[in-house]
Design a protein around this ligand. Structure first.
Ligand SMILES: NC(=O)c1ccc[n+]([C@@H]2O[C@H](COP(=O)([O-])OP(=O)(O)OC[C@H]3O[C@@H](n4cnc5c(N)ncnc54)[C@H](O)[C@@H]3O)[C@@H](O)[C@H]2O)c1
Length: 368
């Protein structure tokens, strides 16, 4: 993995397979000086319909043209409604009408939903156009922008999708500034998860930057994004198609998904994962003898972000009533068990088969 610094921008390159590599670059001005070689012929820009992001998309399109390439078109969409097969069909038609070819680079400026949807359109059009992702939410800047998962919803969440790794992920921290407080905080839960999977030294690093990042300092946000996406990439390069090791990234998500779905998505993904992380660390204290100081550190960190360490009272009856049904729907289920990551200590995680009954009794004890 090679690192380079130009002005405020730091970039790192990760090799995934012999044909695929991803550059991660973060810092103020990253869109004015994107790493060279990302465009070979022409480009398409797809962006959030939010003023600040739309402005950045136009600015990016001008820089691409100034560099001597053509921009075939700009298109916007935002939020979960983009993740529909109807939007994908419209986008495929639009790409065809714009004369996009295999040599067209698709720049996507968006949150996790638009990156998933437009990433899927790019992954499938002419069997795959190269993408450059510009995450505009903390969730995407700390997590979703790397790993290559693209998808749309059909009957359920992320049912139709493809693996398609971006050529580059460019994090412009100023684009995160227009996020309202709740979604802004939400993405930090994934950074906490990454630090626990990585070990004490990265937990200390997180402690050192989190205050500045929560205060929206561009420098701290860039450092946090570069580290958090980089940690995820270090796992992804060892298991690009989620055959084994990569499943450790589900830490906090087995119970987190139960909480999120039982709240009927009134809780954000990060709020549900924060509560899920604490519950799964409590489970690990019993199953793998995890030291309780790790759970305390996580609870304090979650408090300092302003995320909930347990679900709100009003959601608990629905969690208790629906947990079994929701756990049976978990993709990681094998019979009456779920293969889930449990921490033994920071940086040391096992994939354990835990019975659904055991998870239900933990939920009952923790929140019942
Ligand atoms: N591919 C992956 O690995 C992966 C991982 C985690 C989550 N996801 C997916 O990510 C999605 C959630 O992503 P999210 O939390 O980023 O939310 P989101 O993409 O749904 O965005 C939330 C809202 O914020 C708006 N928005 C985006 N950027 C903004 C900005 N800079 N300023 C103001 N508003 C802005 C969007 O238009 C939308 O209305 C889910 O669909 C989930 O399935 C994917």
């Amino acid at each position: 993995m090679a690192q380079a610094n130009i002005g405020n921008v730091t970039s790192k390159k990760y090799r995934i397979t012999c044909e695929e590599e991803t550059i991660i670059a973060a810092g103020e001005g990253v869109l004015s000086s994107p790493p060279p070689g990302l465009i070979s012929s022409d480009a398409i820009v797809i962006h959030e319909p939010v003023d600040q992001v739309a402005e950045a998309a136009k600015h990016l399109a001008s820089s691409i043209e100034e560099a001597g390439f053509r921009v075939l078109g700009l298109r916007s969409c935002g939020g979960e409604s983009c993740k529909s097969i109807e939007w994908i069909v419209d986008t495929w038609r639009w790409l065809a009408q714009a004369n996009a070819s295999r040599a067209t680079t698709v720049f996507i400026l968006g949150g996790g939903a638009l990156l998933d949807a437009a990433g899927f359109a790019a992954a499938t059009f002419m069997r795959g156009l190269p993408t450059v992702l510009v995450p505009t939410t903390t969730l995407s800047a700390f997590d979703a922008a790397v790993g290559g998962k693209t998808a749309v919803n059909l009957e359920g969440k992320n049912v139709v999708g493809a693996f398609h790794n971006p050529r580059a992920v460019l994090v412009e921290p100023r684009l995160l500034a227009s996020l309202p407080e709740r979604p802004f905080k939400s993405g930090f839960a994934e950074a906490v998860k990454h630090s626990l999977l990585s070990g004490w030294s990265d937990m200390k690093f997180l402690e050192s930057v989190i205050g500045g990042a929560l205060a929206r300092s561009p420098e701290s946000l860039s450092q946090l994004a570069l580290w958090s996406l980089g940690f995820k990439m270090s796992i992804v390069v060892k298991d690009p198609r989620e055959g084994g090791l990569r499943r450790i990234l589900n830490l906090g998500h087995t119970i987190g998904h139960v909480v999120e779905a039982a709240s009927r998505y009134s809780l954000t993904h990060g709020e549900a994962v924060a509560a899920g992380l604490i519950a799964e660390l409590m489970l690990a204290e019993e199953e793998t003898r995890l030291d309780s100081s790790v759970t305390r550190w996580t609870a304090n960190t979650i408090d300092s972000i302003g995320l909930p360490r347990s679900p709100p009272e009003k959601v608990i009856p629905s969690i208790l009533a629906n947990a079994r049904r929701l756990l049976l729907l978990d993709k990681k289920r094998v019979g009456e068990t779920i293969v889930m990551p449990l921490l033994r200590e920071p940086g040391d995680v096992v994939l354990a088969r835990v019975s659904i009954g055991r998870i239900l009794s933990l939920i009952e004890v923790a929140w019942g």
